[in-house]
Design a protein around this ligand. Sequence first.
Ligand code: G4P
Length: 529
Amino acid sequence: MKDFVEQIQKRRTFAIISHPDAGKTTLTEKLLLYGGAIQQAGIVKGKKGARAAVSDWMEIEKQRGISVTSSVLQFEYDGYCINILDTPGHQDFSEDTYRTLMAADSAVMVIDAAKGVEAQTKKLFKVCTMRGIPIFTFINKMDREARNPFDLLEEIEQVLGIETYPMNWPIGSGKDFKGVYDRNAKEILAFQNVGKVGTQQAQKIEAHLGDENLDQLLTKPLHDTLKDDIELLDGAAYEFDKDKVDHGKLTPVFFGSALTNFGVEPFLADFLRLSMPPLPRTSDRGEIDPCSEDFSAFVFKIQANMNKAHRDRIAFMRICSGRFERGMDVYHVQGGKKIKLSQSTQLMASERETVDEAFAGDIIGIFDPGVFSIGDTITTAKVPFAYAGIPTFAPEHFARISQVDTMKRKQFVKGMEQIAQEGAIQIFKELGGGMEEVIVGVVGVLQFEVLEYRLKNEYNVDIRRNDLSYSYIRWIENEDLDPKTLNLTSDTRRVEDFKGRRLLLFTSPWNIDWALEHNEGLRLSEVGR
Ligand code: G4P
């Protein structure tokens, strides 16, 4: 029993969020190096064809050299069992990226020190705040010309609305980058650029700010700036508050350079110290303790046709309580049936491994003969319960999709419905209409290509796509309201999704405001619940 609780307590499950090119892949690789999970950096994603992709299960991924879907990387480090939920890094990211955050207990936000907070970071951050999970910030690429660190902190606070607490402080940047000052240990971690691999241990120097001998290491102007900066920081502006960290109200900030492996190890050490093990999750029967004897998990992602020959699907689940054992019998709450979990998978680095045992906090992939949907719960509890469902996130790109050959209507409808059920696309139709005209909404435009590819390859259907100019979607929350009675701009469209929820498609935020101003009591939501 003690061992069981220890297993759960030592787990840390998190996702890394960033805008493309900020250095998420590089940081992931360096973290994996510490765990010995990979021997050599460069295995995480096949960006330019040179690296092996983790989940290159689909041709389209191979062709593009990007990772369309996300997977999990697990490794042990310093007595912890770390699960990194890998999220697609390409700018054509999808709803999967958002859903993955539903399975994470905390997030690491990587920011490019020259660019600050970028568009995709903002979107992903919003999902994290929706859940109130702790967020740790790694300001990357300090070995290049960077923006003023105070400006960067201010931008995080202003744009994202979260307080910051710098754990260390950079000394110069780019050619002048000398290292970071650890505010807690009051020592300098000196930067030595040892080339791209950067495996050498950084040198730690006890630093009494103001000591003349520091002038040699830092040059006097840098030393003076550091002294002033630290004085300013130690002033009232930033205060560390663990409770705020736990609730995602304050982010501990670390400066470093992932590429040169500078500052990654101290970051990992502090992250492990400050982040939390799996916590209780809300279900329709109250909070479920992760250390409960009863096993439970929910589906946050479904990945189809990993092996085209078998047409199989894998349902990725986050274990929320208890212990998983291969072959165990569980109850699938939404299906109302008992099932045996005989084929289980964990995606780790470049291999797909079979898992025999896993604990709360872990992610497992279960062979899915087509019974699971996103958000489903499985459990061994005598009195079954269901975890709160996963919200539907607002797509930002829309297109009208129709089949080229009208004789293939049946395959078209089946393919569209199945792909939508997996959560790869969202489909909408006219209010009360059928499948004559289908509007497809996606979070990232690459999903249109995936849809086209899959319909052709798996269902033998060619499609025609007409892009639509809508970019904003809102679910109507007023249940008793007839959308036809709404006073809307002529370019606003009324549709419904396949759960029968009514929505509006807008071409601009201005039109959303217009709708709200001209329809008293109208309540619109950015997520479908
Ligand atoms: P992403 O997953 O967030 O998209 O970013 P990724 O790690 O792929 O990094 C994007 C680019 O930034 C890469 O260069 C990477 O080498 C570089 N980079 C990451 N961290 C640092 C850092 O700390 N300092 C510096 N100077 N560069 C960094 P690339 O040329 O686009 O790709 P590659 O050919 O080197 O892989």
